[in-house]
Design a protein around this ligand. Structure first.
Ligand code: NAD
Ligand code: SER
Length: 318
């Protein structure tokens, strides 16, 4: 029976992954952790919560031993825009923290899930239908930490037998917790602004196309990969996964099917625009589909419909 530790559990992904894991494995079998304290409404009332700084091996090891953890979903990291503002901290958390997690996993025999990103690619990578195995020369600190993380996870698997697996997530769209400072955050902010003000000022150019995914698909992907038969995995760290590609203009058009008067204008942030311009326009996720059956459920119209309905319900109940 799995006993799971989630690091960075209060972030955009953890806020939905923890409840999903608790539904599947039981409240007591999933320990949520973060460097900050949980707001009361986050993660539900059931199940353990611990303060854990992933760069502190002692804290990690104590929690792993206390709860007899055998699987770690390691979500703690700095996202792309924040990593560009604080590159030294990004290295310390994204690489230093992962190293500590992998060392504890090696000593305590845990499996580890580590999210990578479209940020693990760079300007010399083929931008259309980016292959699973291709050039990875990112020009951002976030990307450098993500490629390092992929290599480190594969190293720990081959050298020490640590069952480390990962996904290259695209931009994730969700309504439970706000995004933590990434380049794709506009695709979440736009929904809140559209509902509240009927307009949004976007920090990326209107024709900037990126891969995206709705959070329920991302949560299913992570859990499905960790349950996949290891004998079928030719790759491990990390699988390309995607569900849709769009630009700010295309997303605005889709929103106008529901909010006909919605308007979009632009105030370009050169840092985040440069990051987005270095990333793929679309990923080839055929390896994930053939090796462990990846299949997204939400396309652009289904995601927009569900986001608007969930945000309206949230607004009514708050
Ligand atoms: P987030 O920024 O929303 O949450 C990260 C969490 O980590 C925060 O709650 C923060 O308090 C915590 N944290 C920061 N430093 C810590 C430390 N030293 N020890 C413990 N916790 C710490 O991030 P997210 O969107 O949930 O992303 C989780 C992972 O998924 C990251 O590795 C990220 O790179 C990856 N990812 C996210 C996206 C996305 O669109 N959200 C896309 C691709 C990959
Ligand atoms: N959404 C993430 C970011 O923009 C992609 O890894 O940082």
């Amino acid at each position: 029976m799995n006993t799971i530790l989630v690091t960075g559990a209060l972030g955009q992904i953890g806020a939905e992954l923890v409840p999903a894991l608790r539904t599947r494995y039981g409240d007591d079998r999933v320990v949520a952790s973060d460097i900050r304290i949980a707001p009361r409404e986050r993660l539900g009332r059931n199940g353990p919560f611990e303060i854990v700084d992933c760069t502190d091996s002692h804290q990690l090891q104590a929690v792993v031993r206390k709860y007899r953890i055998d699987t770690i979903y390691h979500l703690a990291a700095l996202l792309s825009a924040v990593s560009e503002q604080k590159p030294q901290v990004a290295w310390e958390v994204n690489v230093g923290g992962l190293y500590k997690v992998l060392e504890v996993a090696r000593q305590e025999r845990c499996a580890v899930f580590v999210p990578s990103s479209i940020g693990a690619f760079g300007p010399s990578t083929p931008r259309e239908k980016t292959p699973q195995d291709t050039i990875q020369r990112p020009t951002t600190m976030y990307g450098v930490t993500k490629v390092t993380a992929e290599l480190l996870c594969d190293y720990y698997y081959h050298r020490f037998g640590v069952d480390a697996r990962g996904l290259r997530f695209p931009g994730l769209i969700s309504y439970v917790a706000p995004p933590g400072g990434g380049t794709t955050d506009y695709a979440v902010e736009i929904f809140y602004a559209a509902i509240r003000y009927g307009r949004y000022t976007c920090f990326l150019k209107g024709d900037t196309q990126l891969d995206m995914m709705y959070m329920p698909d991302a949560i299913n992907a992570a859990m499905q990969l960790m349950e996949a038969d290891p004998k079928k995995l030719l790759h491990r760290n990390a699988f390309n996964v995607t569900a849709m590609q769009f630009t700010p203009e295309v997303l605005a058009q889709e929103l106008r099917h529901h909010l006909p008067h919605f308007t979009l204008d632009y105030e370009i942030d050169p840092v985040r625009q440069a990051i987005a311009d270095s990333w793929p326009r679309s990923l080839d996720d055929s390896a994930a589909r053939s090796e462990w059956g990846w299949q997204p459920r939400y396309d652009l119209p289904a995601m927009v419909r569900d986001m608007l309905s969930k945000l309206r319900t949230k607004a009514e109940t708050h």
